[in-house]
Design a protein around this ligand. Structure first.
Ligand code: PRX
Length: 658
């Protein structure tokens, strides 16, 4: 484990001093211009969030803003309030001029496919799907697993579930059958919504076969509703009589065309979303209705400086929290026009993103550092071939952005006049926690700047004391906030232990950070055994368990190594069982084995075979030493190793290869 002390080394290296003031014209028109907002929010956190909750449409007003039990770790926000998320994202816009405003502009990967849904269209479709889900047997409180490509029906599905009060659990379409199966089993989903496939990088992703393999082992699933995205001419799929139904057939068979939104309690779960942790089993984060929607709506409005004329594009997949909060719930609650793109950035050519910006006159672009680094590698000719003068604000999320990529984003994409909001947050936090307010806060490349108003972030040492400026420490949040995850599905104790036990009453983020002399936060990566590959969180333990589930593997240790494009890349050190011989073919087999077990995103970049792993005398694998080898550092203290010579042979192999 990396300790906050070891961050001091990083501090010395990071000496970024450039500073970018918000363009004056931007500030003049910004949604938030009052610099006292931070102090005001901090002076009465509950009053601040209560004001924010007024943005939503409630069926019943709350009786109490916050009920907080720091011992049992139960937070209830807007207690007694009643509302419905789909009503807030759809219905309430129909009584305004936004009725005919574009809600979703969808661009398929095939260049001749696109759709625009106005808020009125969205209302019609969400209602029809909600009615269909009900007629297929779903009731309030039932869980629904969703495994779909980035098509409008995915967003519609989320809102339809919210409408009838059935918590959804979206599983990213890149996950394997086993990952999907485990998530379905964990939340006991009754229904699965999927598709015959989707397009990605010019190829078909065969979602239905994966879904079929998963559902073969999930007794809780009673019905699988499959959307025809590709059609039988492109791709034939297997349907199981009695369990499976086509989405369009189910819709046609549903007589009701509208559904009254369920009256949900502020604290009723809106969704469950799984995220990796340090142990093998993913954690189902439970997000509620009132607090979550308040948080995502306010942060989306203020951080992205949303105006009614904006065309807002978040390039994330709805399978991740970024898509939940900043494609679906936040923007739609705010009546925004949201661009949604199905496919990959290099199809048909490497300028696809910029062609989309030009085509729809995107004004706000929210993407990930790993994408920016990829675009840098591809070259400026791709963005420069397009008119991107519509852009006025840029955002990043998912991992620390290196200053070089920040500057490139600013100059090549933003033409030097679009503020960049580097947004730090997590699946657990629900909404953005640290980010500039773009009209108020000067930016520094690589810093997420300041906690959002009402977010009480701090950097502390192992005893929980705030550390001085420019010292590394644990990033924590000292006061509950409305959008925070309330529990881990089915395991509240694990939620308490993971996030709230180290510093009672305080939320432990799992990230390291330092604050500079201006109070700006610089994120330093995870302090636990969690990797960040292309902005996606993967537990080292998950990959290790996948490896050892292969019959030829005796033991495995997985580490993250710095990677120019993906931020971190996965490297595995593997000891084979007796009788097995290391070979390139075996390495390839194991890489595919991990991809099959977890999903392509977890496929190790490199596998090293080693006769032994470096272990302490109590048999604990010392990943820290493996990281030293991989990063070419002087190897740390080896005195606790059972057999110090083990490292020499690993080092020899690693150095020969690099
Ligand atoms: O380590 C932090 C990193 O991503 C983790 C959260 O991952 P996940 O729950 O998958 O959510 C990703 C999208 C919100 C954090 O613990 N992270 C996310 N954003 C940033 C970041 N690290 C540095 N800077 C960021 N802007």
């Amino acid at each position: 484990m990396t300790t906050p002390d070891s961050f001091t080394t990083i501090d010395v290296v990071m000496t970024e001093t450039r500073r970018f003031e918000p363009p004056p014209g931007f500030t003049a028109a910004a949604n938030v211009r009052d610099p006292n907002i931070y102090e005001r929010a901090a002076s009465d956190v509950q009053a601040f969030w209560e004001g924010a909750a007024e943005r939503l449409s409630w069926f019943r007003h709350w009786d109490q803003v916050l009920d907080w039990d720091p011992v049992g770790v139960h937070a209830r926000w807007f207690v007694g309030g009643k509302l419905n998320a789909s009503y807030n994202c759809v219905d309430r816009h129909l009584s305004t001029w936004r009725k005919n405003k574009a809600a979703i502009i969808w661009e398929g990967e095939p260049t001749d496919e696109s759709r625009v849904l106005t808020y009125a269209d969205l209302y019609r479709e969400v209602n029809q799907v909600a009615a269909m889900l009900r007629s297929q047997g779903l009731q309030k409180g039932d869980r629904v697993a969703i495994y779909m490509p980035m098509v409008p029906e995915l967003a519609i599905a989320l809102l339809a579930c919210a409408r009838i009060g059935a918590p959804h659990s979206v599983v990213f379409a890149g996950f394997s059958a086993e990952s999907l199966r485990d998530r379905i089993i964990d939340c006991g989903a009754k229904m699965l919504l999927t598709a015959d496939g989707g397009w990605r990088a010019g190829k078909i992703i065969d979602l239905k076969s994966i879904a079929n393999a998963a559902v073969a082992q999930t007794p809780s699933i009673e019905r699988v509703v499959t959307l025809q995205r590709l059609g039988p001419d492109n791709h034939k799929v297997e349907m199981t009589e009695g369990r499976d139904v086509w989405w369009h057939d189910a819709l046609a068979a549903t007589t009701a065309k509208t559904v009254d939104p369920e009256v949900m309690d502020s604290e009723d779960p809106l969704y469950i979303l799984y995220t990796s942790g340090t142990t093998g089993k993913p954690k189902g984060q439970v997000h509620t209705t009132g607090g979550y929607l308040t948080g995502v709506s306010l942060t989306h409005d203020w951080i992205f400086d949303l105006k009614d004329g904006d065309v807002y594009w978040c390039t994330a997949d709805i399978g991740w929290v970024t898509g939940h909060s900043y494609i679906v719930y936040g923007p739609l609650a705010n009546g925004a026009t949201v661009v949604m793109y199905e496919g990959g950035p290099a199809f048909p050519d490497k300028d696809r993103f910029w062609a989309i910006v030009e085509k729809y006159k995107v004004s706000i672009l929210y993407t990930a550092p790993t994408s920016i680094r990829t675009f840098m590698k591809w070259g400026t000719e791709y963005p420069n071939a397009h008119d991107m003068s519509s852009l006025r604000l840029l955002g990043t999320v998912g991992e620390p952005i290196n200053p070089e990529a920040w500057i490139w984003y600013n100059e090549v994409i933003g033409k030097g006049n679009s503020p960049i909001v580097d947004t730090w947050w997590q699946t657990e936090t629900g909404n953005i926690m640290i980010s500039p307010l773009p009209g108020l806060v000067a930016t520094k490349p690589g810093s997420a700047t300041k906690p959002f108003p009402g977010i009480m972030a701090d950097v502390v040492d192992g005893a929980g004391n705030s550390v001085p400026a420019n010292t590394g420490g644990y990033l924590v949040i000292k006061h509950p906030w409305p959008a925070m995850s309330r529990t881990i599905w089915g395991d509240h104790q694990r939620y308490v232990n993971t996030y709230w036990a180290k510093f009672p009453g305080t939320y432990l983020t799992g990230d390291g950070a330092r604050r500079d002399e201006d109070g700006y936060f610089w994120l330093l990566g995870r302090v636990d055994d969690v990797l960040n590959v292309s902005g996606h969180r993967i537990g080292t333990m998950e990959v290790e368990s996948a490896l050892v589930s292969n019959p030829s593997v005796a033991e495995a240790a997985v580490i993250g190594v710095p990677d120019e494009v993906t931020g971190q890349a996965i490297v595995a050190f593997v000891t084979l069982r007796g009788g097995e011989t290391p070979s390139e073919q075996k390495a390839q087999e194991l890489r595919e084995h991990v991809a099959k077990a977890i999903g392509g995103l977890a496929r190790p970049k490199k596998i090293y075979f080693t006769a032994e792993l470096p272990k302490t005398r109590s048999a604990k694998i010392m990943r820290r030493l493996l990281r030293d080898v991989a990063e070419g550092r002087v190897i740390g203290d080896t005195t606790t190793l059972a057999d110090p010579t083990v490292l020499d042979s690993i080092k020899q192999q690693y150095d020969d290869d690099n």
